[in-house]
Design a protein around this ligand. Structure first.
Ligand code: DC
Length: 230
C-alpha cells in the first residue's frame, strides 16, 4: 500500500448476508483505514420513515426526513456507530421490521442522490476508507483504488444472517430470513436507480466456502500487492 499513504478508497459491494460489513471492518482495521457502512444510512432512513409512518416510496418525503434527521457517524468508535441526533441506532436498524422496509426506501432515486453525496463527503473527510454497500464501486466511487464484489450462495447467506440475528437475541425463522434475503436481492438488483451489479472491472470474491478471515486475507494481499487472488 506504499502508494496510498494519503488516500486509498476501497469499495466492497455485494448482496445481503455475504459478510460485507464484518469483512469491511476487519479489512479497514488491518490496513489502518476508516470504514463506512452505507447500508446503515439507508437503514436509518427506513427506521425514521417507519417511526414517522411515512410512505416508504415517497422519495421527497424521505429526503426531507434525511435532511431533518441530523444523521451522522461517531468516528471515534470502532467500528463507527450511527446516530440520529444523539440517539445511537446501530442495533435498532438491524431489526427485521427495518430489514423488511429498507429496500423499498433504497430504491428511491431522490434519496439515493442525497446519500451518495453524504458518502462522497465522508470520503473527503476520511480519504483512507473502506466503504461497503451495493453501488460503491459502480456509482459512488467508480474510480476507487480497489473495487471488490463479494458474493456467496443464498442459502449460506441466509444461515449467516440467522446466526447473526440469534446472537442478538431475536427469535429466528430461518425460512423467513431466506425469503427476506431473496426479496431484498430481487429489489436491489431490479431497481432503476443504482441497481446492485458487479461493477465492471471489479474483483470478484465468492465467500461461500471461505471464512471471514480468509476473505480479508485475500483482499489485504491484493491491496498490498502480494497477489492472493487465486
Ligand atoms: O447492507 P445492508 O443489508 O445493511 O443494506 C440495507 C439495504 O440498503 C439493502 O436493501 C440495500 C440497500 N443499500 C443500497 O441500496 N445501497 C447501498 N450503498 C447500501 C445499501
Amino acid at each position: 500500500m506504499s502508494g496510498f499513504q494519503n488516500s486509498c478508497i476501497i469499495t466492497i459491494d455485494g448482496p445481503a448476508g455475504t459478510g460485507k460489513s464484518t469483512v469491511a471492518n476487519a479489512l479497514a482495521a488491518r490496513l489502518g483505514l476508516k470504514c463506512l457502512d452505507t447500508g446503515a444510512l439507508y437503514r436509518a432512513i427506513a427506521l425514521l420513515a417507519l417511526e414517522a409512518d411515512c410512505d416508504l416510496s415517497d422519495g421527497d418525503a424521505l429526503v426531507s426526513l434525511a435532511s431533518d434527521a441530523k444523521l451522522h457517524f461517531d468516528w471515534d468508535q470502532d467500528p463507527p456507530v450511527i446516530l440520529i441526533g444523539d440517539r445511537d441506532v446501530s442495533d435498532r436498524i438491524r431489526d427485521l421490521d427495518v430489514s423488511d422496509s429498507v429496500s423499498q426506501v433504497a430504491r428511491q432515486p431522490e434519496l439515493r442522490t442525497v446519500l451518495t453525496s453524504v458518502q462522497r463527503q465522508v470520503a473527503k473527510a476520511y480519504p483512507r476508507l473502506v466503504t461497503e454497500g451495493r453501488d460503491q464501486g459502480s456509482v459512488v466511487f467508480p474510480d476507487a483504488d480497489f473495487r471488490f464484489f463479494l458474493d456467496a450462495d443464498e442459502k449460506v447467506r441466509a444461515q449467516r444472517r440467522s446466526i447473526q440475528l440469534s446472537a442478538s437475541g431475536e427469535a429466528i425463522d430461518e425460512e423467513a430470513v431466506l425469503q427476506n434475503i431473496r426479496e431484498r436481492d430481487r429489489i436491489d438488483r431490479s431497481r432503476k436507480a443504482a441497481p446492485l451489479v458487479r461493477p465492471e472491472g471489479s474483483i470478484l470474491i465468492d465467500s461461500t466456502n471461505l471464512s471471514i478471515e480468509e476473505v480479508v486475507d485475500r483482499m489485504a494481499c491484493i491491496v498490498r500487492g502480494d497477489g492472493g487472488e487465486g
